[in-house]
Design a protein around this ligand. Structure first.
Ligand SMILES: NC(=O)c1ccc[n+]([C@@H]2O[C@H](COP(=O)([O-])OP(=O)(O)OC[C@H]3O[C@@H](n4cnc5c(N)ncnc54)[C@H](OP(=O)(O)O)[C@@H]3O)[C@@H](O)[C@H]2O)c1
Length: 313
């Protein structure tokens, strides 16, 4: 089979196609014929070597966490999946990536793909949408009527965060640039702050949740914009954010860090809200397998509106 791998840490050009053996699934695993992969900043952080202590092994490495595809082999006799099922999910990229014609996935990390969108488009959902869901619903305890600010509202995580906040009937303030004001309004944002002209932390407004999915603020910068029991949630797992989270564990205003995990219950929830039309999937551009380097260059420009996918078959 064809696999898209890098043999050393470096720029997008390190990702090249090679021939590999088709892997075999073990107990609780499935063999998936990959339709498409979804790209995320985690992919280039790992590829550049930023997570080196955890990834210093097993070159050539496949890239990407997100995938959609078809189940072609089931290892467990009592599996809830069968061959021919169309699925979407996330692999644990610190071990191995999804960028190959066939991959192994644990059954717990995937679910049946939403039927209302193309199978390839479903690859854009798992990591970014589960990040937003787990941050807002689980860490933020998002409820109807809450005031939520989403910093980085036009990116992969942000577009799902706006959509999910509206499903929970929250009031949404989206922070984006002039380039994406119409996009976030279309997704339901009630207010928009153009960060190129205005800094939300200089305003007097307060929020129940500040979801910093772009990551250029931190708890100390944003705390005056939290209500008395407000929560700041960052997607950036650095020492400063972990320290704020630890320090504010029992405080009224808290700082938290989201670390996404793929869960079939969450993928099932997302399938439902996508099929009902309540959650929109925004794909800026679809690339094909021989364009994977271009696709990563596009993502690494940091200007992506929603998501980027690469179709592999
Ligand atoms: N901890 C976790 O589990 C987890 C999970 C997912 C993602 N993350 C992290 O979260 C971050 C965002 O991920 P993503 O997939 O959403 O990234 P992305 O799709 O690459 O984000 C691109 C978007 O960011 C916007 N942006 C750029 N500069 C900005 C700024 N100064 N203020 C506000 N928005 C700005 C851009 O809008 P404009 O063109 O309008 O500027 C663009 O639409 C990444 O660092 C990623 O690694 C962490």
């Amino acid at each position: 089979m064809k696999a898209y791998v890098y043999k050393k840490y470096g720029p997008p050009e390190e990702v090249k196609s090679i021939e590999r053996e088709i892997p075999s699934p073990k107990e609780n695993e499935l063999l998936i014929k990959v339709k498409a992969i979804g790209l995320n900043p985690l992919d280039y952080r790992i590829r550049r070597g930023s997570l080196r202590p955890f990834t210093n092994f097993n070159f050539p490495r496949q890239t990407a966490s997100d995938f959609s595809g078809e189940v072609v082999e089931v290892a467990s006799e009592n599996s809830s999946f069968k061959t021919g099922d169309l699925v979407y999910g996330m692999v644990f990229q610190l071990k191995s990536g999804a960028s190959a014609e066939y991959i192994i996935s644990k059954e717990d990390y995937l679910f049946h793909a939403p039927e209302s969108i193309k199978l390839e488009d479903a690859a854009s959902v798992p990591l970014a949408a589960q990040t937003s869901l787990q941050a807002l619903r689980d860490l933020g305890q998002l409820k109807k009527g809450m005031r939520v600010l989403i910093n980085g509202a036009s990116g992969g995580v942000g577009v799902f965060a706006v959509g999910l906040s509206k499903i929970f009937e929250a009031h949404v303030t989206a922070v984006t640039s002039y380039r994406n004001i119409s996009l976030v309004k279309k997704l339901g944002a009630d207010d928009v702050v153009d960060y190129t002209k205005d800094d939300f932390t200089q305003r007097k407004e307060t929020f129940d949740i500040i979801f910093d999915c772009w990551g250029n603020k931190n708890f100390n910068i944003a705390k005056d914009n939290l209500t008395s029991s407000g929560i700041y949630i960052s997607t950036i797992p650095n020492s400063k954010n972990f320290f704020s989270s630890f320090k504010t564990s029992f405080a009224s205003k808290r700082g938290k860090v989201v670390l996404v995990k793929s869960k079939k219950e969450d993928l099932a929830y997302l399938k439902n809200v996508i099929e009902s039309g309540d959650l929109k999937v925004i794909i800026e551009k679809t690339f094909f397998q021989d364009e994977i380097v271009e696709a990563y260059k596009h993502l690494e420009s940091k200007r992506t509106k929603g998501k980027i996918i690469v179709v592999l078959s």
